[in-house]
Write a protein that binds this ligand. Structure first.
Ligand code: GLU
Length: 504
């Protein structure tokens, strides 16, 4: 076991879009696998046909493709479909259910939903366990012939695990240490349903983890209550010696207040809880990190630090760095507050870190949407001038639209403050100065304009502020002579003339 190859799996149930907490679980599995030279496997746990949602499987695969998290097994990347679906492995599970029945470790129960409801109403805190099973219709209380007759007559049944009360079950968790619970609190969980001939989550999950030689089960804290049952199932099936090691990750918590992060928190506070956009059956659309303008590596970096820390001050990590330093023993036991402002901060950092070329390529479609045609070269220059002001690529438009579209109105408060009585006459002079310039590079233009201001003993600030107002329409933007170099001399002069005519 000690020298066993690391093999971990991400085992979503395709019941809808993947929650961001699930993405973090998958990421930690991936980092752990890659760190140890192991395999990362996708397994679709679709044995609950009631909760199956069409499109969820493709969504999950698309999401990881976007994030740059690759599975080693379980995905056919030519079709982008999963290759391991539990619903297609029925006979495999049946064999182990039969084994448990033969060995008396599980039993058949015929209780109908109505009968179960009646008992629930009759007995306080009803739980189908050792104290109750003798009162129910199952293969422990009915004669063998009756059981056979009921089955051959086509009555539906379930198979339940038989849990003996009064002993401790120990789960050794790599993050939480030894978790001990008493078997008396467990119920005889359903492992198999005759109706669809399918195992339930617990049975299929254990059988597959065993058959796929999974070495570590890394999953969310919400599965910790199931772990004792899983340990018991390994024992019952005779697989205790190859049981995977468990690690239950801390919950993602609401950004404000207490409790588990939910989709409602995202709607309420305005951040996505899904990696990609998802459209409900009723047409309702939930936005995703991708559509909200997050860069995939920023999302990975953000999620990596929600429940794990490197032990240093460093916050920006590439996937490769994360793989190198990730370890389960630096995962915390307590929940991680979902600080979505920090998510924006990461996106900002990644935009700065990326080349202007890369960001310009992402900005190009937004320019087209706004009806702008501009060379790639100019886009790259402009991106370089304004990207430090944005958290998202889409915000680049608001920060740079004046490069492409001349202002037709002027911000009122800036006009009040910056447009003085002498301004029009000064700007007319400035037009003459600019007209004389042949070298329109920022540096040359700046030298000439500043020399004129000095010679005339004008107030540098007053001129430059009015100049900016005329060119940009307000008081924002990068260095003035960088702007004029991009828009060109003619456009600069045209804007000055328009402002002189328009601003009163
Ligand atoms: N199918 C479970 C889920 O949806 C898997 C839990 C586990 O990893 O064991 O998360």
């Amino acid at each position: 076991m000690e020298n066993q190859k690391v093999r971990v799996r991400f085992a979503p149930s395709p019941t809808g879009p993947l929650h961001i907490g699930g993405v973090r679980t998958a990421l930690y599995n991936y980092l752990f696998a890659k760190k140890h030279g192991g395999d990362f496997i996708l397994r679709i746990e679709d044995t609950d046909s009631q909760r199956f949602v069409a499109g969820a499987e493709e969504y999950i695969i698309d999401a990881f493709n976007w994030l740059g998290i690759q599975f080693d097994e379980g995905v056919d990347y030519t079709t982008n479909k999963a290759t391991i679906r539990q619903s297609e492995r029925k006979p495999i599970y049946k064999q182990y259910v039969d084994q448990l029945l033969t060995e008396g470790l599980a039993y058949i129960a015929f209780d109908t939903p109505a009968e179960l409801d009646a008992k629930r109403a009759e007995i306080a805190n009803f739980q189908y366990d050792a104290s109750i099973r003798s009162l129910m219709r199952n293969s422990l209380t009915l004669p063998k012939e009756t059981v056979n007759t009921l089955i051959s007559e086509g009555n539906q049944y379930v198979v339940r695990i038989k849990i003996e009360p009064g002993h401790d079950i120990i789960v050794n968790d790599l993050i939480r240490g030894e978790v001990k619970i008493n078997s008396s609190i467990l119920d005889d969980k359903v492992l198999f349903k005759s109706a669809d001939q399918l195992p339930t989550y617990h049975m299929a999950n254990i059988v597959d983890d065993h058959l796929m030689e999974i070495s570590h089960v890394i999953r969310g804290e919400e599965w910790l209550p199931s772990a004792p049952l899983h340990v018991l199932l390994y024992r019952y099936l005779g697989w205790e010696s190859t049981m995977p090691k468990f690690a239950h990750l801390p919950l993602l918590l609401k950004p404000d207040g207490n409790g588990k992060l939910s989709k409602r928190d995202g709607d309420r506070l305005g951040f996505p809880v899904f990696p990609l956009q998802w459209t409900e059956k009723d047409g309702n659309i939930s936005t995703g990190y991708r559509e909200a303008g997050y860069l995939p590596d920023a999302v990975v970096n953000f999620l990596a630090l929600l429940g794990w820390n490197s032990g240093t001050e460093q916050e920006i990590f590439s996937m490769q760095e994360l793989i190198e330093i990730f370890s389960l023993d630096r995962c915390s036991k307590s929940g991680a507050k979902f600080d979505f402002e920090k998510g924006k901060w990461f996106n900002h950092k990644y935009i700065q870190q990326k080349s202007n070329e890369e960001i310009a390529a992402l900005f190009a479609p937004i320019l087209i949407e706004n009806g702008v045609t501009v060379s790639t070269e100019k886009t790259i220059q402009i991106v370089g001038m304004v990207k430090e002001r944005v958290n998202f690529v889409k915000e680049l438009w608001a920060q740079s639209s004046f490069f492409f579209v001349a202002p037709t109105t002027y911000e009122e408060k800036t006009v009040q403050k910056r447009w003085k009585a002498e301004t029009p006459a000064q700007l007319i002079e400035l037009i003459d100065v600019l007209n004389e310039i042949s070298d329109v590079t920022p540096h040359a233009t700046e030298e000439i304009v500043k020399a004129w201001i000095a010679e005339k003993e004008y107030h540098l600030g007053n001129i430059m502020n009015a100049f900016r107002l005329a060119i940009v329409g307000e008081s924002k933007g990068p260095h003035m002579f960088d702007i004029t170099a991009i828009i060109g001399k003619e456009e600069t002069i045209a804007r000055l003339k328009y402002a002189i005519e328009t601003i009163k």
